[in-house]
Design a binder for this molecule. Structure first.
Ligand SMILES: Cc1cc2nc3c(=O)[nH]c(=O)nc-3n(C[C@H](O)[C@H](O)[C@H](O)COP(=O)(O)OP(=O)(O)OC[C@H]3O[C@@H](n4cnc5c(N)ncnc54)[C@H](O)[C@@H]3O)c2cc1C
Length: 395
């Protein structure tokens, strides 16, 4: 398929590599590192990154991937472990779900994972990209031609990149996905996430707390020291109202909503409002193009699943490209990758969607189902452990 005009090639500007990765968010940057570590030549095509207001709770499988590729030691000092996850029902629906605390030590010696700002993660990934000497092209891809047999040709900022495999990691509105004709199913929620960072009086004891409200989850996630990130999902007009408050009244409102469990609070970072929407690709790859991260799937932050799923995409891609070295090369990888990622992506997308929607309705069936599930998790240890393993990403 030819998508808009490719520039007339100027040979000096041409780059030919085994794999081109488009997008330098956490999923794309890690994909470039993993593929380069497998011995392939890689070009990473993406504009310079700006500030990313999000933080990510990364579960242990994602942390191990960062360890395997030499990135974790750079990040570790700036993360906080997640040992306990409390869920508190404040929907006011009947029946009311009981409070449930999931403790990582019930399933092993490790914490569930670690919480980190996306800016810190991106900085460490950027440093590793530099160490590996990965070719960087700081421009947006604006044309994709995947019709020419064994190579895909990309145009970016007047330069041409030819690659045997293209990893589309260019985020939710992925240009490459659209150019390749990989369709998505889309939906939206009448919700926005208000995000900021807080400094507080009391220690968080490495516990995240998710208050389930009728407008969405209100979540405090530990950061190093007496700091936490706030992800407060509510109606878009409410989120805009919180964002417009002065720091003092905003901190008091957050303290009130969190029942002052962390004591006195102060706003300690920039704020952002992010609309909640979702999409999932019908196929995670085809021909010589694969989708990773939000290029392939997006859903609300409830349960901290999004980037963990994106890193599992990267892990699966890494396994395939490593095996391809001794086998038939990169041809055919995209279809195998799409088949391998189908179940995990579909299951996570559906479960997060169902959980999120169950908060938005007071109808008897979904609220009873949620209350029964949380009651069972609280009182049946094997079920609770199974839910914890599922949350970590084990299928
Ligand atoms: C409030 C909130 C809290 C969250 N918390 C968690 C959490 O706790 N745990 C978790 O696992 N997930 C969480 N997520 C999800 C997580 O933030 C995302 O899944 C993740 O950041 C997406 O990373 P990405 O690399 O796929 O995309 P992005 O970070 O969006 O990166 C895409 C990149 O592609 C580039 N790009 C775009 N178009 C082009 C183009 N045409 N050419 C070249 N480059 C291009 C962009 O410049 C950008 O750098 C949260 C999300 C939100 C909104």
């Amino acid at each position: 398929m030819l998508d808009s005009a490719l520039p007339i090639p100027r040979p000096a500007d041409d780059v030919s590599v085994d794999v081109a990765v488009v997008g330098a968010g956490p999923a794309g940057a890690l994909a470039a590192i993993v593929v380069a570590d497998a011995g392939y030549s890689v070009a990473l095509v993406a504009p310079e990154r700006g500030h990313d207001p999000r933080t990510s709770a990364l579960m242990m499988p994602a942390i191990r991937l960062l360890e395997d590729h030499g990135i974790w030691p750079e990040i570790a000092p700036e993360t906080a472990p997640l040992v306990t996850m409390r869920i508190i029902d404040q929907t006011g629906y009947i029946p009311r779900a009981p409070e449930v605390a999931f403790d990582a030590h019930e399933i092993g010696p490790d914490p569930f994972g670690y919480n980190i700002t996306n800016d810190t993660l991106n900085r460490a990934l950027g440093a590793r990209l530099d160490t590996l000497g990965i070719t960087r092209i700081a421009a947006m891809v604006d044309a994709v031609d995947d019709a020419a047999g064994p190579v895909v040709t990309l145009a970016a900022g007047g330069r041409v990149v030819r690659a045997g495999l293209v990893v589309a990691a260019d985020g939710a509105d992925s240009f490459v996905r659209q150019a390749a004709g990989l369709a998505v199913r889309r939906w939206s929620y009448r919700q926005s996430a208000f995000v900021t960072t807080l400094r507080h009086e009391r220690a968080h004891a490495n516990a995240s707390v998710e208050f389930h409200t009728p407008a969405g989850p209100f979540t405090l996630v530990p950061l190093p020291g007496n700091r936490s990130s706030l992800v407060w999902v509510s109606r878009p007009e409410e989120a805009a109202r919180w964002a417009a408050l002065d720091p003092g009244p905003l901190a008091r409102e957050i303290e009130r909503r969190s029942h002052a469990i962390l004591g006195h609070m102060e706003i300690d970072g920039p704020r952002a409002v992010i609309p909640m929407e979702g999409h999932v690709a019908h196929k995670m790859g085809e021909g010589r193009i694969v989708l990773v991260g939000e290029a392939g799937h997006k859903f609300p932050p409830i349960g901290a699943q999004g980037l963990n799923l994106g890193f599992r995409d990267v892990g699966a891609l890494g396994t395939l490209v490593r095996h391809a070295r001794g086998a038939g090369g990169l041809a055919g990888i995209a279809d195998t990758y799409a088949a391998r990622r189908r179940a995990d992506v579909a299951l996570r997308t559906a479960s997060v969607d169902v959980l999120n929607r169950s908060l938005l309705t007071s109808s008897f069936v979904p609220s009873t189902a949620r209350a029964v599930a949380l009651s069972a998790a609280r009182s049946i240890p094997p079920l609770r452990r199974a839910m914890m393993r599922f949350g970590l990403g084990a299928m």
